[in-house]
Design a protein around this ligand. Structure first.
Ligand code: ASP
Length: 592
C-alpha cells in the first residue's frame, strides 16, 4: 500500500514498517488485535488492513501511555505514536513481516471501545457460520477473510485491466428488468406504479449484452450481479457475480483466446500456480462424457472411463445383455492396484446408486489374468480378457463396471472417479488444470417435463439440422478449472428465423416469443452482427484460488443456505401499508 496521507490518526501502515524505518517516529492507527500484560511492560499487536505491528508500552518512560494501555482490550480502536525500534534478539518473530521491530509508544489515543467479541478475531479457527454471518463485520476483520477479500480485489482488478487494455467497454445493464431465461426461477419485484406488474431481477445480462452488440459496441464487459432463485446447494448463492463479456464479429477461437489471456493474467496476479500456460486443451462434450463422465472434467488425475460395448457384444450375461439390447452402455474404469475390502466396495456401490445406477460390478485382476469377482462366472474367458485389456488391467487392479443408460453410466462412473480420487488422494499436490469443453448438444430432453430444454440457453447458435433436435450441436463452450465449471458461453444466434426455430423446439409459441422476447427478435431483424461471449463465475474462481470450499468465504456479505442474511435479517416481512401500496397480498403464513 502507498504510505497514508499524514493526519492526526496515522502517518504509516502497521504492516509495512520494517527494520529500514528504525529510529523514525511514526503514528499508526487500528484495532487492538491482542494484548499481553507482562506485569510491567504491556505489548499490543495493532492491526490495520496492511497487517500487524507490535506496540510496547513502558511504565517508566511513558507512564501516561502505559496507564491508557492498561484499559485497552481486544478490538478497541486506537492511534499511537512512538519510535520504531529493533526488537531484542530473543523477541524477533520471523513469522511476522514486521517481526524484527516494534513501536516504542510515547503517546496513545483511545478512539473507540468494544465489548468482548462473540468469537476471537485474532485467530482463524473454526466458528459457527451463522454466528460469523450474524457478526460479519467482525468476521471480516479476521485474517482469512481479509486475505480472501484482497484476493477477490486482485482478481477483479486483473480482469478489468486486461479487458480495458483490449478495447472492451465496461457498461452497465438494468437490474430491474424482464425475465432473462438462464433456466432458473426469477426474483420478482412488484411495481408500485403499475400494480399487479413485476420486474424480474436479471439471471444474467445475457439479452442486454447481445443488444449492445447489435448497437455496435463491439466489445463489452461488466462485473455483473446475477440473481437466480434456486434451492441453494453448497456452492450457490441467490445473488452472485459474473465477469460477463460479449464480442462482435467473432468465432469461438476469438472468445476463447480472450478468456485464455485474461485467465492467465488472473492466475499470474493471484500467484496461482496453474500447471500449464494457455492454450488449454479442448475436449468435445462427447469425449468429456466418455472419458471422464462429466462436462466439467477434472483432468488432474487418470482413472479414465472406457466403453465396453465392443468387448461385451454378444454377452449372455443378462444384466449387460439387457442394457446393451435396450440401447444402454456398459462402461468401466480401472481403479488401479488397491486393497479395497468388501465394506468399501459396498460404499462405492452406494455411491454410484446415488447417481441413478442400479449397481456396480467389481473385479480384481489376479496373477493368472482371471478375475476375483462375483460376475466372473457370467463372462467367457475371451470377454473377460478383452475387458481387462481395454482397461489396461494388471494383476491386483480393481476394475469397476456400470451398465445403464448412457447418461447414468457416464455420470455415475464420473462421480465414482471423483470419489476414488478423494478416498485415495489421487490429485497430485499443487496441480491445477484448465480445460475447455466444446461441441455441446444444443438441446437436452427432459424426461420429467417431456420436452426439449436448451443445454446452454436459447440464444446459443446451433449447428446442424433442425429435423432432429437431439442431434443438433451448439456453438457453446465451457471452461473448467480443477473439475469445477468456472464459466461458459457461446456464439449466439444472429438471425431472427433461427431464433424462432429454437423457440419452436423449446415449445415457445410465436405469440409467447413475441411477448417475452419481442425486443430481441426485433433487434435481430435490424442487422445483428455475428457475436458471442462468455461469463465467468467470479465467486467460484476466487474460492478456488483462495483454496476455500465455499463461495460464502469469498463474498463479503453472503446469504446462508436458506437464502437469509443473519446480519440484516433479510428477508423480512414488510408492513401492511407498504404491501397495500404495491397491490400485493401475502397468503403464505409468516416464517417462525
Ligand atoms: N449468460 C450466460 C450465463 O450466465 C453466459 C453467456 O452465455 O455468456 O451462463
Amino acid at each position: 500500500m502507498r504510505p497514508p496521507r499524514s493526519n492526526g490518526y496515522r502517518d504509516a501502515w502497521c504492516g509495512e514498517l520494517g527494520a529500514a524505518r528504525v529510529g523514525e517516529t511514526v503514528r499508526v492507527a487500528g484495532w487492538v488485535h491482542r494484548r499481553r500484560d507482562h506485569g510491567g511492560l504491556i505489548f499490543i499487536d495493532l492491526r490495520d488492513r496492511s497487517g500487524l505491528l507490535q506496540l510496547v508500552f513502558h511504565p517508566e518512560s511513558a507512564p501516561e501511555a502505559h496507564a491508557a494501555a492498561e484499559r485497552l482490550r481486544a478490538e478497541h480502536v486506537i492511534s499511537a505514536s512512538g519510535q520504531v525500534v529493533r526488537r531484542e534478539e530473543g523477541n524477533v518473530n520471523p513469522n511476522l513481516p514486521t517481526g524484527e521491530i516494534e513501536l516504542d509508544v510515547a503517546s496513545v489515543e483511545a478512539l473507540a471501545d468494544s465489548p468482548t467479541p462473540p468469537f476471537p478475531v485474532d485467530e482463524d479457527g473454526p466458528v459457527d457460520e451463522t454466528l460469523r454471518l450474524r457478526h460479519r463485520m467482525l468476521d471480516l476483520r479476521r485474517e482469512g477473510m481479509r486475505d480472501a477479500m484482497v484476493l477477490r480485489h486482485v482478481v477483479v482488478r486483473a480482469m478489468r485491466e486486461y479487458l480495458n487494455s483490449h478495447d472492451f467497454l465496461d457498461l452497465e445493464t438494468p437490474i430491474l428488468t424482464r425475465s432473462t431465461p438462464e433456466g432458473a426461477r426469477d426474483f420478482l419485484v412488484p411495481s408500485r406504479m403499475n400494480p399487479g406488474e413485476f420486474y424480474a431481477l436479471p439471471q444474467s445480462p445475457q439479452l442486454f449484452k447481445q443488444l449492445l452488440m447489435m448497437s455496435g459496441y463491439e466489445r463489452y464487459y461488466q462485473i455483473a450481479r446475477c440473481f437466480r432463485d434456486e434451492d441453494l446447494r453448497a456452492d450457490r448463492q441467490p445473488e452472485f457475480t459474473q465477469l460477463d463479456l460479449e464480442m462482435s464479429f467473432v468465432d469461438e477461437d476469438d472468445v476463447i483466446g480472450v478468456i485464455e489471456g485474461l485467465m492467465a493474467r488472473v492466475f499470474e496476479d493471484a500467484g496461482f500456480p496453474i500447471s500449464a500456460p494457455p492454450p488449454w486443451p479442448r475436449l468435445t462434450y462427447d469425449e468429456a462424457m466418455l472419458r471422464y463422465g462429466s462436462d466439467k472434467p477434472d483432468v488432474r488425475f487418470g482413472l479414465e472411463l472406457a466403453d465396453l460395448g465392443g468387448e461385451l457384444a454378444g454377452t449372455e450375461f443378462k444384466v449387460f445383455a439387457g442394457v446393451l439390447a435396450s440401447g444402454g452402455v456398459v462402461r468401466a474404469l480401472n481403479a488401479g492396484a488397491r486393497e479395497v475390502p468388501r465394506s468399501e466396495l459396498d460404499a462405492l456401490t452406494e455411491h454410484v446408486k446415488r447417481y441413478g445406477a442400479g449397481g456396480l460390478v467389481w473385479a480384481f485382476v489376479q496373477e493368472d489374468g482371471s478375475w476375483r469377482s462375483p460376475t466372473a462366472k457370467f463372462l467367457t474367458d475371451e470377454q473377460r480378457d478383452a475387458v481387462t485389456r481395454k482397461l489396461s488391467g494388471r494383476p491386483g487392479d480393481l476394475l469397476l463396471i456400470v451398465a445403464d443408460t448412457e447418461h447414468v453410466a457416464a455420470t455415475a462412473l464420473g462421480e465414482l472417479r471423483l470419489e476414488l480420487a478423494r478416498r485415495f488422494e489421487l490429485v497430485p499436490e499443487g496441480r491445477h488444470d484448465v480445460v475447455w469443453v466444446v461441441d455441446f448438444p444444443m438441446f437436452e430432453w427432459s424426461e420429467t417435463d417431456k420436452r426439449w430444454t436448451a443445454m446452454h440457453h436459447p440464444f446459443t447458435a446451433p449447428t446442424g439440422d433442425f429435423s432432429d433436435p437431439g442431434a443438433l450441436r451448439s456453438r457453446g463452450y465451457d471452461i473448467a478449472l480443477d473439475g469445477v465449471e468456472i464459466g461458459g458461453g457461446s456464439i449466439r444466434i444472429n438471425r431472427p428465423e433461427v431464433q424462432q426455430q429454437v423457440f419452436k423446439v423449446l415449445g415457445i409459441s410465436e405469440q409467447e416469443a413475441d411477448a417475452r422476447f419481442g425486443f430481441l427478435l426485433d433487434a435481430l431483424r435490424y442487422g445483428a452482427p455475428p457475436h458471442g461471449g462468455l461469463a465467468l463465475g467470479l465467486d467460484r474462481i476466487v474460492a478456488i484460488l483462495a483454496g476455500r470450499d465455499s463461495i460464502r468465504d469469498v463474498i463479503a456479505f453472503p446469504k446462508t443456505a436458506s437464502g437469509s442474511d443473519p446480519l440484516t435479517g433479510a428477508p423480512a416481512p414488510v408492513d401492511g401499508a407498504q404491501l397495500a401500496e404495491l397491490g400485493v397480498k401475502v397468503t403464505a403464513p409468516p416464517r417462525v
